[in-house]
Design a protein around this ligand. Structure first.
Ligand code: ZN
Length: 410
């Protein structure tokens, strides 16, 4: 994984930024939105912006002109920090937004969207142009799809409502009819051997396609007849992926159409699974908490953080509804202090001396836990704020709880 930010975290960060952006207003037509698809050259974008900059000389209002040009300049200098456009493209929002009374403040957002940007777009308006992104905010979990029989297999991925075929291939397994000159038994053995090799090949491609995806919620397997069940039951899949198999479903086809058929037939299970997953995690937490000795559970921000750092946390449960910052202050004398607050306080002082605070770092609290859990290799599960379970997590446990690797005696 390295420095890679997990898919879950990238999506959370994106969602969080969008919550801010949607409410921002300019005082004039002066907020700039730029969408850059992956194939676009940075230099092309820069020359486009340079042209917009000179066009903006025609703007009559002095204030608006100044703000538009300031925003364009700021975007251009930000673009310089990129050699190439990231794979999914880039979205930049920049401008002076109203900040109460006569005040304005400059904001700049650079987002790497969770789904690719398809077209270049430049807008200057009194709000940021976010329509192309709103659809990406819907929760989109990935499911692995396999359709197969002994003749053909297809592997695909379901994200949101979209089915993408990843691989399709045929087997060399001969059909089960007698061939001249060979004994029936020997032929039967060859067929089984060929089928075995084919199943191994399917498992290999499935592993290549899915093992590294940390957004994979489950795998569903389809196909006509009993072959798919045999494949699942005999454990051909990598053990990590085997655990993710949700169920098997009958389909008539084993090609791309078969993948779509599979999704249709599994729709009810998939829907329940999204809901079930959160329910199960919270139920597991509650059943541990109910144990007299507290079982392998923990809750409360500080307590969970300490256990996390100690390597005791298996799964961290964090509510998406947490709306706080983790703030770290460093004074001139090098004293540091960390605390959680709804927002960064305006008056900052050192607790240990009279020196002024020199450095203030603040990070979204959920991101703070994403970072910690990545460092120690614990899983972090975001629990939506809307569900009954999510509501309980916030109200009863302050939005942060954990299922532990082992019991910790206090
Ligand atoms: Zn100090």
């Amino acid at each position: 994984m390295g420095d890679e930010v997990s898919v879950e975290r990238a999506r959370y960060d994106f969602k969080k930024a969008m919550q801010d952006i949607v409410d921002l207003r300019g005082r004039g037509t002066e907020l700039i939105s730029v969408y850059v698809p992956a194939h676009k050259q940075i230099s092309d974008v820069t020359s486009y912006l340079r042209n917009e900059y000179s066009q903006s000389n025609n703007i009559k209002s002095k204030g608006t002109k100044k703000n538009v040009q300031g925003a364009i300049e700021s975007i251009m200098s930000r673009l310089k920090t990129f050699n190439t456009v990231p794979d999914g493209g880039l979205v930049l929002f920049c401008g002076e937004v109203a900040a109460g009374g006569d005040q304005t403040r400059m904001v700049q957002y650079v987002l790497e969207p969770p789904e690719p940007i398809s077209a270049f777009l430049y807008r200057c308006d009194s709000t940021f142009f976010i329509e192309p992104l709103t659809d990406m905010l819907k929760e989109k979990k990935a499911y692995g799809l396999i359709v197969m029989d002994r003749a053909e297999a297809s592997i695909g991925l379901l994200i949101g409502k979209k089915v993408n075929m990843i691989k399709n291939f045929d087997s060399m397994v001969p059909r089960k009819h007698r061939q001249g000159g060979q004994s029936a038994q020997r032929f039967e053995r060859l067929i089984e051997l060929a089928a075995h090799e084919f199943f191994k090949k399917i498992a290999h491609h499935v592993e290549e396609a899915f093992l590294e995806r940390d957004d994979l919620q489950g795998i569903i397997v389809g196909g006509p007849g009993a072959t798919k069940d045999f494949f699942v039951k005999e454990g051909y899949l990598h053990h990590e992926l085997q655990k993710k198999v949700v169920d098997t479903f009958d389909t008539g086809y084993t090609d791309e159409y078969g993948l779509k058929e599979l999704v249709t037939n599994a729709a009810a299970s998939l829907h329940d699974m999204d809901l079930m997953r959160e329910k199960e995690l919270i139920q597991k937490l509650l059943s541990e908490i109910r144990k007299q000795d507290g079982g392998v559970s923990a809750y409360g921000e500080d307590h969970v953080r300490n256990l996390l750092i100690a390597g005791a946390v298996d799964t961290l449960l964090v509510s998406e509804g947490l709306d706080s910052k983790r703030v770290k202050l460093t004074c001139n004398n090098g004293h540091t202090r960390e605390f959680t607050a709804a927002k960064v306080p305006s008056k900052l002082e050192c607790n240990e001396c009279d020196s002024p605070v020199e450095d203030v770092e603040s990070i979204d609290l959920v991101d703070h836990f994403f970072e910690l859990s990545e460092t120690v290799g614990s899983k972090l599960e975001l629990i939506s704020a809307e569900s009954e379970e999510g509501d309980m997590l916030i109200k009863a446990f302050g939005g942060i709880a954990a299922i532990l690797r082992f019991q910790v005696v206090l």
